[in-house]
Design a protein around this ligand. Structure first.
Ligand code: DGL
Length: 275
């Protein structure tokens, strides 16, 4: 038994969105323990000032290390990662991984015509984090890629009230995605962890020629690499039954019910955060 290795991975989002990343992490790293906090009492983060989102991110990440003994933190929220990743990395004693860089890398690798787009919350797009991340990812593969970045206010609210299809959300998508359709891109990154739940609607609006990329699998791969590099990876062992714990700062009953439908059977119970 190795105390360091057996500590959980901690992750957080403003609500249900980070569960898309949790799904990929559980699938790729089934022997790792996981603690997830959805800050549903204070969602949405997208329209809030960067300083406010940064202070929530620090509070959540600090709690995951202090109260849950997390060995690694995943900022499973683009809005929080865009404005707080650097600060969290210098503040905390454990590795901190965001969703922006892994997503940008996957986006650049997916395009063949070198025209790509990202959609995200108002806060994420205003931060300019994707311009830097896509430029960095393009350099790493020696390509010149042009990026169209568009905010999609309203998408997160549709997901949080479990309205992931229908006329209202499809009409909104048609309006918000119009500039991206004009840009002639062949790959579109869902730069908000809530948006994969709207994949069907987004894909209908964009058409089959545009690949939808989400950062969940790329982030999970990055987590695996960092665990291995730091010698804190739990080996796959049938004897060890991993635990997955879910917390919400809002209505825990609602979080458990809707979260279970989004994530799957691992989410049977949600507890109150702060503990
Ligand atoms: N899921 C989040 C993100 O990736 C936050 C959405 C919100 O709370 O506005 O940006």
């Amino acid at each position: 038994m190795n105390a360091q290795v057996d500590r959980p991975i901690g992750m957080f989002d403003s609500g249900f969105g980070g569960l898309t990343v949790a799904r990929s992490v559980i699938d790729l790293l089934p022997s790792e323990d996981l603690v997830y906090i959805g800050d549903t009492a204070r969602y949405p983060y997208g329209p809030k000032p960067a300083s406010e989102v940064r202070s929530y991110a620090i509070e959540l990440a600090t709690s995951l290390v202090r109260d849950f003994n997390a060995k690694l933190i995943i900022v499973a929220c683009n809005t929080a990662a865009s404005v707080a990743l650097g600060e969290l990395q210098s503040l905390l004693s454990v590795p901190v991984i965001g969703v922006v860089e892994p997503g940008a890398q996957a986006l650049v690798e997916a395009t063949t015509n070198n025209r790509v787009a990202v959609i995200g919350t108002v806060g994420t797009i205003a931060s300019g984090a994707y311009e830097s991340a896509v430029a960095g990812a393009s350099r790493s593969v020696s390509r010149e890629v042009s990026l169209t970045a568009t905010a999609c206010p309203g998408f997160v609210e549709f997901v949080e009230r479990d309205e992931t299809s229908g006329q209202a959300v499809t009409e909104l998508a048609g309006k918000l995605l119009a500039p991206i359709r004009k840009a002639g891109v062949d790959a579109l990154l869902l730069g908000c962890t809530h948006y994969p739940y709207l994949s069907a609607v987004i894909s209908e609006v964009m058409g089959s020629g545009v690949k939808l990329i989400n950062s969940a699998d790329a982030t999970a791969s990055e987590v695996r690499d960092v665990l291995i590099k730091n010698n804190i990876s739990r080996s796959v062992d049938d004897e060890v039954k991993s635990s997955h714990e879910f917390y919400s700062s809002g209505d825990v009953q609602h979080f458990a019910e809707l979260g279970r439908r989004f994530l799957g059977p691992e989410l049977s119970l949600a507890k109150q955060w702060p503990k």
